[in-house]
Each structure stands twice: as C-alpha cells, then as structure tokens.
Ligand binder design. Structure first.
Ligand SMILES: *Cc1c(COP(=O)(O)O)cnc(C)c1O
Length: 401
C-alpha cells in the first residue's frame, strides 16, 4: 500500500482564544463600527492600526475591508486615475490587476523569472510606459528590492507593494511593504493573519495616508485614528478626496490583534514546515525548486516548484497521481484557470503582447498551500508522495523532457 495524506490544504488554525474573547467583548458592547467608541475608548481598529504600524515600522497605517480594497485605495491615494497605465506582475492573483482595472486604469504586465519574481530586465524595458508599479510579492517570493527600487527611482516610478503573501517577511531586515511608497496587506482567511476578510495599507507619506483615511470612509472622524497624520494634513485633502467606503470593523480588529502579536512565532512555524518539504523534494529529477535570494526572509505559507518544459499531459498526470494520494496541488499553467486566475493571459480585459519566456515559467508552476494545521511529519509525508509521483511520471517519459 502506498502512503496517503489525509489532511486538508484549506484548513487554517482556529482563532486564538484571546481573539475570540476580545471579539465577544465587541459583540457584547454592540459597538462594531470603528468610529462607534465610548468616551475614552480607542476602539479595536485604531489600536490594531497603531500596532501594525509599529510591526512594520511605518509612520501611518489604515485598516480596511480587504487586501484588494487596500490596493485600489493606495492607487487612488497616490493619484492614479482612469486611463493611466500601471505596471504590474504577469504572475500574481486576480485582485491585483483587478484593483488597477477598478479605477479604469490599465495594467501593463511585466514578466516573471524562474525565481517566480518580477523580471527586472523586462521592468527596465517597460519603465517608460507608466509612472506607477504595483509590485506583487506573489506567493511570498521577494525580488532584488535594491535593484527594483533603483530602477523605479531612476525612472520616476512610484511603487505600491502587494504584500498579501509577505506579511511578516523582510528584505535585508526591513519589513516587506516598506520599500515602496505604500505597502498593502490582506487578512483574508488564507493569508498570514485571519479575520475572514480585511486588509491594511502602510505608508510614511502624510498626504497619501490622509487621503487613504478619507477614501476608506472616515466621515470626518479621522481624529479618532491613532496611526494617521495630524488634522492639518486632513485640512489639505478632505474636500478633494471622495469617500469610497471600505473600513475595517472592531470585530475583525479584535480577532486580529492577538494574531499580529503572535505573527513572528507563526512565521517560524511556517518556515520550519516549508524546510521539511523543500528538503524532501531536493534533487528530485525533473523538479526545480524555487530558491529565495539571500537577503530575503520569506514566509513559507505556500510552496511552489517548477516542472519546466514538461508536457501538459505529463503535468496533469503528476497532479492526478498526487491528488489520488491526498496531495492537492494547483497548476497555475493549465490552459483554463482552475478556481482562481494568476496569469496575465487570463485577464482578458487588459491587452498584452505574448511573453514567451514568462509563458515557459507560468506553464511550469505547481503550487501548494501549507497551512499551519500540518505537522512536520505531515510535511515529510507530502514531500515523499510528490517525490515519488514526480519521479514515476518523469521516468515514464521518453525521451526525458
Ligand atoms: C489574496 C491576495 C490579494 C488580496 O486579497 P483579498 O482577498 O482582497 O483580501 C492580493 N494579492 C494577492 C497576490 C493575493 O493572493
């Protein structure tokens, strides 16, 4: 009998008891709206923003309704409007080009490397096409941020970072999201902290911060924020900034505060699991691991590998065999997207010339979620199953791909 894995790739850990207790307090108070606070009470959202600003080292933080909202809000706050072109990754998740399109702006896709990061040579080639880059650290892979920022600074490009998969990650010790003008994060269930839905944006730019607060729907109650600029900054922007409501509420913030406090520990737990699978897959013939750059401390909340230049049929066979043994892999390269879209040619509202080098990588990406409900023993088993099935299919291929 071959071994089988029986865990669920979509089962996250429970909300910590401290978060449940704090959420019950909010429910009992009836004050769920962030600006509905009793005399002398700061409110869970304002406190969470203060804590998230401290966690990332940012001057200002705004908590919002989703990661996708944070991205669109950041674009609006830096002045992107209809018809503007915005550079972004060819390999990311649908909310990223979606945020750009939601403003009537136009995504311009930049290629992906075998390291699953933005292709900086392609970025150089396209740098004259837009004044903004929405950089997605897709699946937690961090590109050479020093070179990226040098390119963008040189070309006058403002960078917004999509850190949906890098909350808790760093580049040379600096929090992911702190290199560009604005960093955006998600607290949706499948990210690094879980409030069902939710997001953050951080920035050091006082006008961007003030505009974001007004945009999110502060109804002139911005004085209740603890991680926002002073009233004089709001005076400059408050009559010129539309309200596009997307606030976070006190219930979600209550769930998140204990999770944020525990995040560094959780990151260590993720990375321990990631390393077990990575070691288990090392030197599997036909399988290419994705190695982070030395300067990046990533969060191994998912794992990708490449089956480069494999035929579609062979990749489909690997997925079928792994699934039969309980290991749920996602193939980002399938001709038709399954469950979610993650590649530029799936977003047909944005025209794009073919990118053959990126297509070769995109076709090869196999993705696996790594929830913390998996033990390291589970991870070792998952790696054995993948190794065996990739090996079996690879051997059966003649000639080898
Ligand atoms: C999840 C995700 C987002 C935004 O997430 P929401 O579901 O809107 O909170 C943005 N970018 C990437 C790469 C994501 O995976």
């Amino acid at each position: 009998m071959s071994e089988r894995f029986t865990g669920s790739f979509t089962q996250q850990e429970p909300i910590p008891e401290a978060g449940i207790a704090a959420a019950l307090e909010v429910l009992r108070s009836g004050r769920l709206h962030r600006y509905n606070v009793a005399a002398g009470e700061a409110g869970e959202v304002a406190l969470l923003e203060q804590e998230f600003a401290a966690f990332t080292g940012a001057k200002y933080c705004l908590a919002v309704a989703s990661g996708g909202y944070a991205l669109a809000c950041a674009l609006r706050a830096i002045g992107v409007g209809a018809g503007d072109r915005v550079l972004t990754n060819a390999f990311t998740l649908a909310p990223v080009p979606g945020a750009i399109a939601s403003l009537g702006a136009v995504p311009v896709f930049v290629g992906v490397t075998e390291g699953l990061v933005i292709d900086l040579d392609d970025l150089v080639a396209k740098a004259d096409q837009a004044e903004v880059l929405m950089l997605s650290h897709m699946r937690g892979h961090i590109c050479d941020m020093d070179r990226l920022m040098a390119i963008c600074t040189g070309a006058g490009i403002t960078v917004i970072e999509d850190c949906a998969h890098t909350m808790g990650a760093t580049w040379r010790g600096v929090a992911s999201g702190r290199h560009g003008a604005v960093g955006c994060y998600s607290s949706q269930t499948y990210k690094h902290v879980n409030s069902g839905e939710g997001g953050f944006l951080v920035t050091d730019d006082e006008e961007v911060a003030a505009r974001a607060v007004i945009l999110s729907g502060s109804y002139m109650l911005y004085g209740r924020h603890l991680a926002a600029p002073g009233p004089e900054v709001f005076e400059r922007v408050k009559y010129h900034t539309p309200n596009v409501s997307g606030r976070m509420d006190n219930l979600r913030a209550a769930l998140l505060r204990p999770q944020l406090a525990a995040l560094p520990e959780q990151v260590a737990r993720w990375n321990a699991r990631y390393r077990v699978i990575e070691e288990g897959l090392r030197d599997t013939p036909g399988l290419q691991l994705v190695t982070p750059l030395d300067e990046a401390e990533q969060v191994g909340s998912s794992l990708q590998f490449l089956l480069l230049d494999w035929s579609e049929a062979a990749i489909a066979e690997v997925l079928r065999r792994c699934a039969a043994r309980g290991v749920e892999l996602k193939w980002f390269g399938g001709a038709e997207p399954v469950a979610f879209t993650s590649r530029y040619d799936s977003w047909r509202y944005a025209a794009c010339a073919p990118m053959p080098a990126s297509d070769r990588v995109l076709k090869a990406i196999i993705d696996m979620r790594l929830p913390l409900t998996f033990s390291r023993v589970d991870c070792a088993l998952i790696a054995r199953i993948i190794r065996a099935e990739v090996g079996a299919v690879y051997q059966s291929l003649s000639p080898a791909p």
